[in-house]
Design a protein. Structure first.
Lengths: 149, 175
């Protein structure tokens, strides 16, 4: 029983590994060089990725469209995610299902500044979200097919 | 370090500020034959640096407290002083990011070196000019924002060495 408890505590520690060199109160610049950053304002307050793990981009395809799921842990227990619908470089697209702290923040618009199989970057805003920007390295292998959302 | 802007122009403008100081020296008894004396004293120095940009602003308050040791070169009508000390620097940056308040704190050990000259107007009163250099280093700071307290260590935006050079003019009274 004790061993199980230690294992559980070890897992907890691993799960909440924190990069203390990242200041989560400063907005990252809108870059397109694969810096693995994400930041936005939600109700005017800054939320950024990086302190509790790097933001991730995962490709989800179905018969209708290709979605890029952007997900970042922006606080110890808070995650922000949204899905870019058919993103194309140097073009505007919509994002759907923005979820923050379990609350659906709805849909919005994104402008993709780079998408080349190595890096996806852009800006996004809609409803409560403003000044959003992301710059994430990804691979086409990060693909999940036929996932129903 | 910990400021809201990283552009060179913003940081350069933020480096220019105003400072004020209060010195106390225990001079004891000095005979007219002595050309140089070593004395102890105390220094308080405050400084303010501020700058604004499109999405934020910084208002940095520095307060430095330190005991001092100085060598006074005495001349008829004036004196030259070299002094040094080590103490504590209290750093607070009351910044604003996207119209929301944010506070950075970074208290640390510091030292200072000063060169000063005083011209005596009367036996009690003198005017002085002082060049003071305060040095400190910090690899961490604390941030209060949106009800949360964060500690940032070895920030990826760069660590901070602080060299504060100030020129102050003052009026001195000799008890």
């Amino acid at each position: 029983m004790k061993k199980l408890l230690y294992l559980f505590m070890l897992l907890l520690c691993c799960a909440c590994e924190e990069n203390t060199s990242v200041d989560p109160t400063l907005m990252p610049e809108a870059t397109k060089t694969g810096k693995n950053t994400l930041g936005c304002l939600i109700d005017g307050w800054i939320y950024t990725g990086g302190r509790f793990g790097l933001p991730k981009a995962t490709i989800i395809s179905d018969e209708k469209a290709s979605y890029y799921l952007i997900r970042a842990q922006v606080d110890r227990f808070k995650t922000l995610e949204f899905k870019l619908v058919n993103p194309t470089a140097n073009a505007e697209c919509t994002y759907i299902d923005a979820i923050f702290e379990g609350e659906n923040l709805g849909n919005g618009k994104a402008f993709i500044t780079r998408k080349d199989g190595i890096v996806i970057s852009g800006t996004f805003s809609g409803n409560k979200i403003t000044e959003g920007r992301f710059d994430i390295k990804y691979t086409e292998k990060n693909t999940e097919k036929d996932i129903a959302y | 370090m910990g400021v809201t802007g990283s552009a060179d122009e913003y940081c350069n403008n933020l480096r220019k500020g105003v400072s004020w100081a209060l010195h106390y020296w225990y001079m004891g008894q000095t005979s007219s034959e002595e050309k140089a004396v070593i004395r102890a004293g105390f220094l308080y120095q405050g400084s303010l640096f501020q700058e604004k940009q499109a999405n934020g602003s910084d208002k940095i308050h520095l307060n430095y407290l330190a005991p001092q040791v100085g060598v006074f070169f005495l001349q008829p009508g004036y004196q030259i002083q070299l002094s040094a000390g080590a103490g504590y620097q209290f750093y607070t940056d009351k910044s604003v990011v996207y119209d929301k308040p944010r506070k950075v704190s970074m208290d640390k050990l510091a030292c200072n070196f000063a060169l000063a000259a005083e011209y005596f107007l009367t036996k009690q009163w003198g005017v002085s000019a002082r060049c003071n250099w305060v040095l400190s280093h910090s690899e961490r700071y604390s941030v209060d924002y949106h009800g949360e307290h964060w500690k940032v260590k070895h920030p990826d935006t760069g660590e901070g060495s602080f060299g504060q050079l100030s020129l102050t003019f003052g009026l001195n009274y000799h008890f």
